[in-house]
Design a protein around this ligand. Structure first.
Ligand code: MG
Length: 165
């Protein structure tokens, strides 16, 4: 089935949204790197890379459905953070925003009977559950150490072992 123009617009918005997230995480990674948190920075560089990959998946899907890709305006990312907890809480807020967007696209696809989009969107809904759990878990652990440098160093070391996608 040809791609409905409302779906094409929504999917294009999602490409922009994923690129926004990628840039926001790149900025966070740079902040953490400059703040001598190499493990957290590594984790965030990987996250940025993953979001760019999501954007590409949406691009490929639009093209596979015969649609046209048009990337929108990218937001200037937040660049000032109080501490690592603040960085990861911003990341969680981003993920929750992305989840809301994908749920909206899923509802649109359902309402216009675009069944072909549903399996693709399913994958992203499942992905968002994992993303929110991962980032939420890091926030919780960072809050628990209450700025203690030994605790922060342990978390930093652990996040540094994140593998690539
Ligand atoms: Mg994503």
């Amino acid at each position: 089935m040809a791609l409905d123009e409302r779906m094409e617009a929504a999917l294009n918005d999602q490409v922009t949204c994923e690129l926004d997230a990628s840039l926001a995480y790149l900025q966070m990674a740079a902040h953490l790197d400059g703040d001598d948190r190499p493990g957290m920075a590594h984790w965030m560089y990987e996250q940025s890379h993953e979001e760019a990959g999501h954007a590409k998946q949406f691009i490929e899907f639009v093209l596979a459905r015969g649609g046209r890709v048009e990337i929108g305006r990218i937001q200037t990312p937040v660049s000032k953070f109080d501490d690592p907890v603040h960085v990861f809480e911003e990341a969680l807020r981003h993920e929750q925003h992305v989840t809301g967007r994908i749920r909206d696209i899923y509802r649109l696809a359902t309402s216009i009977d675009d069944l072909e989009s549903l399996p693709f969107l399913h994958g992203f809904l499942a992905e968002q559950v994992e993303e929110e759990a991962a980032v939420g878990g890091i926030c919780e652990r960072l809050r628990r150490v209450q700025g203690d440098e030994v605790g922060l160093a342990l978390i930093d070391h652990e996040l540094g072992s994140r593998g690539g996608e």
